[in-house]
Design a protein. Structure first.
Lengths: 412, 290
């Protein structure tokens, strides 16, 4: 008797479970012409704020108008480019269909299979709008994973009343005339000197097995140079915001940062604000070009999106010349669309010119192979060692070798 | 002879006191220093995260005004409201759970009592955020990870495990004589009435303690709020908002507002503590009378 009731109960439970399932999976009625869809879009909060013109909403509505075949309900969320990749990878199912990410997070997304590949006509469309260099920053194993909308790198801001356009071509000439601040202890910036003297990361940044070459005489010479640089009374280490604070109180005249600080610097220096790509530095009598890490910010499409075609179309629209132009007008986001860069008004903007000069001439593509994650701490420690004077001319050789070993090891 | 001895003893005590007070003063200074600095920064007129002087060069209340007026990018008032709502609800629920569970474990005898206490002890050894990912997926499966239900999800997170933190309250209840319960029982009280009318009025200090900890937990939590809110900026709590103010895009213009926010965050906790402080004394004197 007991057994029978148990079986009955199990059957009832099974049936309720099944009917529960049936309720949830009710299919959406299709009425042929207009498809009703819900698209979730994530972007930084500035793109959605009223004060800066609601770029995202404007673009999404314009897209909806261009595509009468969809009846789109947009859901907006806030996720900036730096953190979107990790948020999407945590749970792609419950994340935005279209989001923005910085290309150094590409492996995070591909490892989680969270970002869709763009192929066929879509890939061609993106290639037509952008330079090879910038689309390369969004490629992995020959597949394209996003639509670039701006470059992401750092360069030099300086006070025009102190330095002439000729001075800013050489770091050493600048140090003779005024105080220069550089984030020596930040491993996004410091490698610029090493890369400038021929050190490489994963060959061209994509060959993981090749490892990092920050060793030998070429790297030691740079360490030696940096020890002298740090001792120069006209050189100030920029850490915890001291650079921009120095510009504000007039104690420094040049600093290295990116477009995110541009508005603040403009407010301080006004018309005296100069922006330039990276200068050269003089190493044992030879001019060496500093080379920054560069990347891009891109619009990605969720690989688990229910409305793949619409999502990709929206992503391409958000990365189009039209949307980039509006982005530039509303928020000063430096465009990367090749046609747009020829626009006279945009081409004359010093910030745009400097950022693109840097991207094209004085930078390397920031490697995003997984082992790149071992490269940050050793370089930071080197910078701190130089600042704290524990790295000296005497031990530069061992210290440089130790940094190279650490960058090539998987251990912590 | 005796007089000098007496005097030297007095002097020794004075020297001793002086040293102790100097040490205490130094410690107090070190302890208060960062708080004073945050308060000063919140009134600082110069922008930026880095300053070369300890004292601000100019003072302003604009940082506070901006927190409540410049809401298009970081909506501080909304975050403050969200956090307050979540913290108050969690506080009420957690306090109820903790006190009732403690009372049961202190006064009632049942089969699972010992195993439950052992289990709670062992579970308590693990940090709560270990279960974070699982909690997120459970909430998502229940449909609580989107829209207004995020608030409910956070309240559940903060109060759900409260029943495991009974140790201190149970310890306190154990010190109240059982004879009081028995007397109440003889007069016809139910268990609930004993708890509500006899035990609780005698336990004000521990109620104050429970309320404060139950409020501070959700009020300052960052990690669960971050995992559950994800991109839903409308439901951000102050911890997330303050963290965002320090991101590289915002830090230069928002740093002083961040300090102002930090000062404001401490106000509800301070107010709650000041309001409840008198019950510490009341509760103890009451227990003596009883």
């Amino acid at each position: 008797m007991k057994k029978k009731s148990a079986i009955l109960m199990a059957a009832v439970m099974g049936m309720t479970a099944m009917s529960g399932c049936g309720d949830v999976r009710q299919s959406v009625p299709e009425d042929g012409e207009v498809e009703s869809i819900r698209l979730m879009v994530w972007a930084p909060s500035e793109d959605q704020s009223k004060d800066s013109g609601e770029w995202l909403q404007t673009c999404c509505e314009a897209f909806a108008e261009e595509h009468p075949e969809y009846d789109i309900h947009f859901v907006y969320g806030v996720a900036d480019e730096a953190t979107a990749a990790s948020t999407v990878s945590q749970d792609p199912d419950a994340s935005a269909d279209v989001f923005m990410y910085a290309n150094d997070n590409l492996t995070v997304l591909t490892d989680a299979k969270a970002v869709a590949k763009l192929g066929g006509i879509y890939e061609k469309q993106v290639m037509e709008m952008n330079s090879q260099a910038i689309t390369d920053s969004l490629r992995q194993d020959d597949s394209l994973y996003g639509i670039p909308f701006t470059t992401n790198t750092w360069y030099m801001f300086y006070d025009k009343s102190v330095f002439s356009e000729e001075d800013v071509k050489s770091l050493d000439a600048m140090l003779d005339k005024g105080v220069v601040s550089f984030p020596l202890t930040n491993s996004w910036y410091l490698p610029a000197f090493y890369v400038g003297n021929g050190c490489t990361l994963f060959e061209d940044g994509t060959v993981e097995e090749a490892g990092v070459d920050f060793a030998g005489e070429k790297a030691e010479a740079v360490t030696d140079y940096l020890v002298d640089l740090a001792a120069n009374p006209n050189f100030v280490v920029d850490a915890d915001g001291s650079g921009i604070a120095g510009l504000r109180d007039g104690s420094i005249s040049a600093m290295f940062t990116g477009s995110w600080d541009a508005a603040g610097i403009k407010e301080i220096l006004g018309d005296n604000m100069g922006v330039a790509s990276l200068p050269c530095y003089t190493l044992n009598g030879e001019e060496k070009q500093m080379m920054s890490y560069a990347g891009s910010k891109a619009i990605g499409v969720n690989a688990t999106s229910d409305h793949m075609v619409a999502s990709i179309q929206l992503a391409i629209y958000l990365g189009s010349a039209e949307a980039q132009k509006l982005h530039y007008e509303l928020r000063n986001v430096v465009p990367c669309n090749t046609q747009l860069l020829e626009d006279a008004e945009i081409a004359s903007d010093v910030l745009v010119a400097a950022q693109n000069d840097t991207f094209n001439n004085t930078s390397i593509l920031q490697p995003f192979v997984s082992r790149m994650s071992n490269c940050w701490t050793p370089v930071e420690n080197m910078g701190k060692g130089i600042r704290n004077k524990t790295v000296t001319h005497e031990n530069a050789k061992e210290q440089t070798q130790a940094m190279n070993d650490a960058m090539n090891s998987d251990g912590i | 002879m005796e007089g000098t001895k007496h005097r030297s003893a007095k002097r020794a005590r004075m020297i001793n006191d002086t040293i102790v007070h100097i040490v205490l003063a130094v410690l107090a200074f070190i302890w208060v220093f960062p708080i004073v600095w945050v308060v000063l920064t919140s009134f600082r007129a110069e922008k930026g995260s880095y300053v070369s002087t300890f004292l601000p060069q100019g003072y302003t209340i604009n940082n506070y005004v901006r927190l409540f007026t410049d809401t298009t990018i970081l909506n501080f008032p909304k975050m403050f409201g969200n956090t307050l709502f979540i913290a108050v609800c969690s506080c009420i629920l957690s306090t109820f759970y903790v006190l009732t569970v403690s009372y049961c474990l202190s006064r009632l005898r049942f089969k699972m009592r010992k195993p439950y206490m052992n289990m709670a002890m062992i579970l308590g050894l693990f940090p709560g955020f270990m279960s974070m990912v699982a909690v997120y997926f459970i909430l998502k499966a229940l449909g609580l990870s989107e829209g207004g239900l995020i608030r409910l999800a956070l309240i559940l997170c903060y109060s759900g495990g409260a029943g495991l933190g009974f140790q201190i309250a149970k310890g306190f209840f154990d010190t109240i004589p059982v004879a009081i319960d028995e007397a109440a029982l003889l007069d016809g009280c139910t268990r609930w009435q004993i708890f509500w009318k006899m035990t609780l009025p005698l336990s004000k200090p521990v109620i104050v303690y429970t309320v404060l900890t139950a409020f501070i937990g959700p009020w300052v939590d960052f990690i669960f709020a971050k995992v559950i809110c994800r991109a839903n900026a409308d439901y951000y709590t102050v911890a997330i908002g303050l963290w965002r103010m320090l991101e590289k895009e915002y830090i230069d213009s928002w740093y002083t507002c961040f300090a102002a926010g930090a000062v404001l965050v401490s106000i509800p906790i301070a107010a709650l503590f000041m309001f409840m402080q008198r019950y510490y004394v009341d509760g103890i004197s009451g227990a003596v009378k009883g």
